[in-house]
Design a protein around this ligand. Structure first.
Ligand SMILES: [Zn+2]
Length: 170
């Protein structure tokens, strides 16, 4: 029993008392979070929304339209856990927030991110630029929120968070 407890401590086992559930809490503006697209954005029509079926599969993120080259920013303090260009995703980056136990995925960036896997980023740090690489037909960010660490966790609708972080339009 004693050794199990020690191993558990070494592996950072979750302690129920400390497990907040931010994903289930009402979404509210947080100074610790920043909209992933700098400047004015457009969330498009139904086809851009999370959960719609198109091209034979479910749309697992929210598309955010902005001109090519618009800076993309880290939505929360996080670490870069993946990056690349797999064809459909175009140039992409995945950021994991330890505090929220969520992964934020950015697709179709104009250029490969200059960041490397393992790099820590603070909310607001530039991670890339809006573009249209991969399976894309108009400059936009495809933004996903996934439960846990990685690219295969369950997705959720990012729109409420995005709207809560939206900058006032002039
Ligand atoms: Zn999309």
């Amino acid at each position: 029993m004693r050794s199990f407890t020690l191993i558990c401590a070494l592996l950072f086992c979750a302690t129920p008392a400390a497990s907040a559930k931010p994903a289930d809490a009402p979404v509210a503006p947080s100074p610790a979070a920043v909209h992933p697209v700098e400047g004015a954005v457009d969330y498009g029509e139904w086809a851009a929304r999370y959960g719609n079926f198109r091209r034979g599969h479910e749309h697992e993120g929210q598309d955010v339209f902005a001109p090519a080259g618009t800076p993309l920013l880290a939505v929360r303090d996080a670490v870069v856990i993946d990056k690349g260009d797999d064809g459909g995703r175009g140039n992409y980056i995945a950021l994991y927030s330890e505090a929220f136990r969520e992964t934020y995925v950015y697709l179709h960036m104009r250029l490969p991110t200059p960041l490397a896997k393992g790099d820590p980023v603070l909310a607001g740090r530039r991670v890339g630029s809006v573009g249209c690489t991969g399976s894309c037909d108009g400059d936009h960010l495809h933004f996903e929120i996934r439960r846990g660490r990685g690219l295969t966790g369950k997705t959720s609708d990012p729109l409420a968070l995005l709207r809560s972080l939206d900058r006032p339009k002039r």
